[in-house]
Design a protein around this ligand. Structure first.
Ligand code: MUC
Ligand code: MG
Length: 367
């Protein structure tokens, strides 16, 4: 069970349809495939999606920090020494996606070594999650058409709508069109990626008060400390902290400050080890949780569902598991499929996925 090597392989897969939101846009999935090898001949995998507009990481930076700092720190540890590994990685600040991918590849390798699923190792609550699809900026008619296609083709009935544009009416018109076009039965919530001020957010939420929204997420920056507290105190739906509350300490700070009332857990940035801590904290505090999407590919989406299915709290709400559908291809031998609005965990050991060597050869950028 000893870790012998950590690989960081850059790859790029274009999006069929770019995803646009208030803090950035993604046209190509320029991710990093992380592989952790052990002396038993086991390989665990995960992917790191660089999100410079959210956490400051780049593809080149993720590779550099893994090769120069993290790989030497974890080689020689066993797969069971995950807390020792976490404390070594914590000596370097930031770099959440690089750390998370190593952590998840280690859990995958552990599952493969023991011949059990990662979900079983973590908690084993269920084997599937309902899926929420994230709709990026577009014209109202195009966003309604995409939601209808997701419902018709995949049975998805929960949608997160990206907002945060100016004027505010651009986005409120979209949400109204979605409610009118999709009917009362679909679940809708909004994510501003900090694009609005607190007062613009309050105005938008008043304008959408009759639309039966489930949540509001990161409508304005957490750094607008009093403004955000003022906003959250007047909302009658939970306000999700996403990029403002990554670590357990961030979550505690945001919740105790009254700047959020629910949280998003993203395995792409907290791996499995730290996502567990955030989950346990949320459970203790009585917070609603949504399993979020960091614009993950299929490997990242498998990680999200593997974690989300592990606990009652993380599998209660639909998880954001479907944006890989916007990509033109992926690296897995068996592509993920969403049926009847649900995504299942994989049956095999670890994460239950295999990388297709021909696809990796085609999309890797280091050769
Ligand atoms: C989200 O929930 O904000 C956009 C940026 C990012 O890091 O994740 C996405 C989705
Ligand atoms: Mg978000």
């Amino acid at each position: 069970m000893k870790i012998t090597r950590v690989e960081a392989i850059p790859f790029a897969i274009p999006y069929r349809k770019p995803l646009k939101f208030a803090s950035g846009e993604v046209h190509v999935a320029e991710h990093v495939l992380v592989r952790v090898h052990t002396d038993d001949g086991i390989t665990g995998v995960a992917e790191a999606p660089p999100r410079p507009f959210t956490y400051g990481e780049t593809q080149a930076g993720i590779i550099a920090v893994i090769e120069k700092i993290f790989a030497p720190q974890v080689v020689g540890l066993t797969l069971l020494e995950r807390e020792a590994m976490a404390s070594r990685l914590a000596r370097t600040v930031g770099n959440p996606a690089a750390k998370a991918a190593i952590d998840m590849a280690v859990w995958d390798a552990l599952g493969r070594t023991l011949d059990v699923q990662v979900t079983e190792l973590l908690g084993g609550y269920t084997d599937r999650m309902r899926v929420s699809h994230m709709l990026g900026f577009d014209e109202p008619a195009a966003m309604v058409a995409e939601a209808q296609r997701m419902r018709d083709e995949h049975g998805i009935t929960t949608f997160k709508v990206k907002v945060g544009r100016r004027p505010v009416s651009l986005d409120t018109a979209v949400v109204r069109a979605l409610r009118e076009g999709m009917g009362e039965d679909v679940e809708l919530y909004v994510d501003g990626n900090r694009g609005w001020t607190a007062s613009e957010s309050a105005m938008a939420m008043k304008e959408m008060a009759d639309l039966g929204l489930l949540f509001a997420e990161e409508l304005c920056p957490a750094d607008d400390v009093l403004g955000r507290r003022w906003l959250v105190s007047q909302l009658d739906v939970p306000f999700i902290a996403d990029e403002s509350a990554v670590t357990p300490a961030d979550v505690t700070r945001e919740i105790l400050a009254g700047s959020a009332t629910a949280i998003s857990i993203k395995t792409a940035r907290t791996g499995f080890t730290h996502s567990q801590r955030v989950h346990h904290l949320a459970e203790g505090l009585g917070l609603e949780v949504v399993m979020g999407n960091q614009i993950d590919g299929q490997i990242g989406s498998v990680c999200t569902v593997a974690f989300g299915a592990s606990y009652a709290l993380t599998s209660r709400r639909a998880g954001e598991l479907s944006n890989f559908l916007d990509m033109s291809d992926d690296l897995l031998t068996e592509p993920l499929e969403i049926h009847d609005g649900e995504l299942n965990i994989r049956p095999g050991a670890g994460l239950g996925i295999e990388i297709d060597p021909a696809k990796l050869e085609r999309y890797r950028q280091d050769r």
